[in-house]
Write a protein that binds this ligand. Sequence first.
Ligand code: NAD
Length: 354
Amino acid sequence: MRDAVFDHIERHGHEQVVWCAHRPSGLRAIVAIHSTVLGPALGGARFRPYADEDEALTDVLRLSRGMTYKAALAGLDLGGGKAVILGDPATQRSDALLRAYGRFVDSLGGRYITAEDVGTAQADMDVVRQETAHVAGTSEVLGGSGDPSPATAAGLVHALRAVVGHRFGSPCLDGRHVAVVGVGKVGSALVGHLVAAGAKVSVADLDPSRVHAMVVRHGARACCVDDAMTADADVLAPCALGAVLDATTIPRLRCAAVCGSANNQLAEPEDARRLADRGILYAPDYVVSSGGIINIAEELVGYDRTRATARLAAIGATTSEVLADADRLGITTVEAADRLAERRLQAGGGTSAF
Ligand code: NAD
């Protein structure tokens, strides 16, 4: 069993994986540090009722590795890490559990910096902050940068301009049709930016009230999720859940390009080739959705919103570089993004600091 766990961890080059248990509060968590080559490993804490420990371990290993690539591509002096808290946040969240989690994070001495993720919120990070300084995304009164979603949306606009520029020869969004699937925190802010830039925007969400709000607030066109996914749009922007691009959905797409914030949009690695073979330009999610982490990284040097906002423009430049590399080398945009991230990691000494 022990070898099986080490094999699992070593396969993707993780540096350290820590199991945390605190019986009085019911905390069971795993912290995975994939790489600290470029700096301390930053990544959110996902609080979910995992089916079992194996599922939780697989998730934290995959997500922490993704954070290494995301931070490297964002040009940040940060590594990749992630935490999972096993349990149902609706019934098991408590200050005692979050504080116990904070003490474990603190015991890592700054090698891992935690933040919010699915199942945790800014208020939870404020509680974690009572136990450790190694937490980001706390509320602004505590010196944090607040909700990262507006920065993620603003960064996505830089990426969209790069995508449209690459595909159509001009970064201008005026008159372009963008179908946004998922108008939650990121998607709704994105719609506002797109409409202000003159784009024609279609919106879909499982929650009709969110769609309605976009129609009333921004004059967006409402449609059902399937119609938005298969819209004859210049750009499809998936901003809900991951794994929406697969062997079934890709043949049905009619968009020219895909650029959205949803994490892990490709169901499997082969989907990057499936998109390329259909002539659909895919901007990898971990390149275009780094606005939130860029914003949070500013906290670590003393948060300044103006400086953080200016840094988001780098997402456009990196997206352009990835798309151009893919064309030049005849590889998928995912391969091009991974190569660029690995170049930055190699320059920093490889993927492992040890
Ligand atoms: P959110 O929960 O605020 O919004 C998600 C929206 O998607 C909700 O309105 C929900 O009703 C809708 N939705 C859920 N399932 C759907 C489906 N099958 N079809 C259509 N709509 C569906 O989340 P968010 O913070 O806006 O994040 C959106 C995505 O972007 C997530 O994948 C997240 O991991 C990723 N992301 C977010 C940030 C950030 O700063 N918030 C940063 C990087 C990546």
